[in-house]
Structure formats: structure tokens, C-alpha cells
Design a protein around this ligand. Structure first.
Ligand code: IPM
Ligand code: MG
Length: 357
């Protein structure tokens, strides 16, 4: 088969991790007889530097013409002085919102070989950690009205959290559908003891659960959830939560897998087009040193094969290669532990590509 992939390397470590994901996909193409055509577009700070806006129309058009989008990371201190609409992160919001990618799926799996890289005690890890965070991606406080105004104490700023029944129902359905393929358990995370938007959110999740009588549904306040993730991560299967809580909790969950560099994500909507990116940022402090961990991006490419192209065997091939390379003791700096073999970003990508079968 034949696929066009829009590639948005972005900033910081973005280009180097994307390079490794492309190398892995090219090898998959050779092994399984597919043609992947990669078309590169500007996004984030890289776009600001070249064309003075974070998300040029040509990038949006390029994505819409493609079968799928692979994104590295955007942002960095160089662009931190810019105001909201002009910041690199605007590219992410524009793509997520513009492409209608409301469901962000972030699987946090601790590889057996990485137990030592997990900061939790052995007894807390137990039989392993395997959590799927389902984050609402185009609503809530990220997309609500915001601004500045004069208040009683001078200048003030505000952001608003708004959720509609429709937005909650569709993300809840995604979580329940994913739970069907896993351990039939969804934990809804909100702040319904304080926020009205969370009270609506929770009631819609409960109502939607009636369509899924076989799935166990629990509820947790976000503060408790952030504690429970550390205290007893085994209690979680699928987590469904709002845009901002999902942002925060997925970073926390990623650490349970050894490093934020390990976590992939898929952003999906009603249309066929999906976007795939690691959950980490552009890590400008380590950019260009060949020490970044490309695994989150490589696993994102595997998610692309599975969710956008229906290539389950090929996706598994990548995931198995990652497992094997880790089992052989190869580690990037962020997941390094004693007696392991330290490798750079390029070498990690090369090894995974070489282990594909
Ligand atoms: C993420 C990132 C983004 C977000 C940033 C870079 C805007 O943290 O994908 O989790 O907050 O969604
Ligand atoms: Mg984040």
C-alpha cells in the first residue's frame, strides 16, 4: 500500500527524533512492501523563523492532503517572549482544533526491561504498569475564552473551562471503546467537588456508561488521582479526563514508564486524518546533542500504522523491536541504569529499525 505522511519536525529535539521515526517507517516499508511518502512542513518556532507565523496555511493544507500527520515537538525559549497567538504552541492548538482531533490517546506502558528506570519501589510496580490516558484535546480551558481586563485590583487575566454534553459524550465513548479492548475498566478523572464543568462532565460520563454495561466505571478527583498514580498505579486501566487534567496526568503517568521520552500519542477525530506525536516537549536544553530518546516518536509512528492505516502487524513489529532493543540493554540517557549500554538518539533509532521483523 501507498501512504502520504505530512511530517512536522518542529523545534528543539523535534527534527532528530522525527528522523529516527522516519528511518523506522522506511524499514517497515521495505519489509512489508508499503510506500510511505514523507512531505515535510513548517510548524512552531521553525515556522515563525521562516515565515513569521507558527502555523502557515501551507502546513494545514499539506496535512489535509495527507493520509496522516507525524509531529516532533514545538516551542523553546527563543520564542517565549511572543504573545499567545504568535507562540509556537499555537501551531499545535491550530492543528488539533482545525483538524477536529478531539481524542488524544496516550498509552503509558512500563516495559519489563525498564523496571529499574521506574522511580517507584519494586513492590508498587508489582505485575507491571499499563495505563491508557484518554485526554479530551480540543475543548476545555485550552480553547475557552481568554483575555485580559481591568479589575478592582488593576490588570487581570482569565481563561475559561467550558464543556458541552456533546464534547464529553464523544470522548467518553472513545474511552469505553478502548476499555473494551483492554481490561474493561474506566476511571473518570475530574474536579466535580468544585467545578460546574466537571459536574456536567461526570454526569455525561455516567450516562454514556449505560451504553457499555460490561465496563466498570469509577470516578476520582484529579488531586486524588495524581496521588493514586504514584501510590497504586496498578488500579488504573483506562483514564478519561479533560484537556488540562490529561495534559498534567499524562506527564505524571509517563514518569512511571521510566521517562517522558517513552510515551507516544495519537490524536484522532471524526475524520480519517490523525496526528501522531510523542507527549514530550521540544527539550531545547538537549537539542542537537544526539542524546534525546526517540522511542516516544517511534512508538507514535507505530500508533499511526495501527489507527490510521490499519496495519496492525506492522505496528506490532515496531513495538516488538522496541521491546527487544530494551531487553538487549540499550538505553538512551534518560532511561539509563547501571550495567546497561548507553546509546545516542541516532543509534537507538538504528537499532530499532534493525530489529524489525
Ligand atoms: C502536550 C504538550 C502541549 C499541551 C504543549 C506543548 C502546548 O504539553 O502535548 O502535552 O499542553 O497540550
Ligand atoms: Mg503536556
Amino acid at each position: 500500500m501507498d501512504f502520504t505522511i505530512a511530517v512536522l519536525p518542529g523545534d528543539g529535539i523535534g527534527p532528530e527524533i522525527i528522523e529516527q521515526a522516519i528511518a523506522v517507517l522506511e524499514n517497515i516499508g521495505r519489509l512489508y512492501n508499503h510506500e510511505f511518502r514523507f512531505k515535510e512542513y513548517l510548524a512552531g518556532g521553525a515556522a515563525i523563523d521562516r515565515v513569521n507565523e507558527p502555523l502557515p496555511q501551507s502546513t494545514v493544507d499539506g496535512c489535509l492532503k495527507s493520509d496522516s500527520v507525524l509531529l516532533g515537538a514545538v516551542g523553546g525559549p527563543k520564542w517565549d517572549h511572543l504573545s499567545g497567538e504568535k507562540r509556537p504552541e499555537k501551531a499545535l492548538m491550530g492543528l488539533r482544533g482545525g483538524l477536529g482531533l478531539y481524542a488524544n490517546i496516550r498509552p503509558a506502558v512500563l516495559h519489563e526491561a525498564l523496571r529499574e528506570a521506574c522511580p517507584l519501589r519494586e513492590e508498587l510496580i508489582g505485575s507491571g504498569i499499563n495505563i491508557c490516558v484518554v485526554r479530551e484535546l480540543i475543548g476545555g480551558i485550552y480553547f475557552g475564552e481568554r483575555g485580559r481586563r481591568q479589575g478592582d485590583f488593576g490588570e487581570e487575566a482569565y481563561d475559561t473551562e467550558i464543556y458541552s454534553v456533546k464534547e464529553v459524550r464523544r470522548i467518553a465513548r472513545i474511552a469505553f471503546e478502548i476499555a473494551k479492548q483492554r481490561n474493561q475498566h474506566v476511571t473518570n478523572i475530574d474536579k466535580a467537588n468544585v467545578l460546574e464543568s466537571s459536574r456536567l462532565w461526570r454526569s455525561v460520563v455516567i450516562e454514556t456508561a449505560q451504553e457499555y454495561p460490561d465496563i466498570q466505571l469509577d470516578h476520582m478527583y484529579v488531586d486524588n488521582a495524581s496521588m493514586q498514580l504514584i501510590r497504586n498505579p496498578q488500579q488504573f486501566d483506562v483514564i478519561v479526563t479533560t484537556n488540562m487534567f490529561g495534559d498534567i496526568l499524562s506527564d505524571e503517568a509517563s514518569m512511571l514508564t521510566g521517562s517522558i521520552g517513552m510515551l507516544p500519542s495519537a490524536s484522532l477525530g471524526e475524520e480519517k486524518l490523525g496526528m501522531y506525536e510523542p507527549i514530550h516537549g521540544s527539550a531545547p536544553d538537549i537539542a542537537g546533542q544526539d542524546i534525546a530518546n526517540p522511542i516516544g516518536t517511534i512508538l507514535s509512528a507505530a500508533m499511526m500504522l495501527r489507527h490510521s492505516f490499519g496495519l496492525e502487524n506492522e505496528a506490532k513489529s515496531i513495538e516488538n523491536a522496541v521491546t527487544k532493543v530494551l531487553a538487549q540493554g540499550y538505553r538512551t540517557k534518560d532511561i539509563m541504569s547501571s550495567n546497561m549500554q548507553l546509546v545516542g538518539c541516532k543509534e537507538m533509532g538504528r537499532l530499532i529499525a534493525a530489529y524489525l521483523v
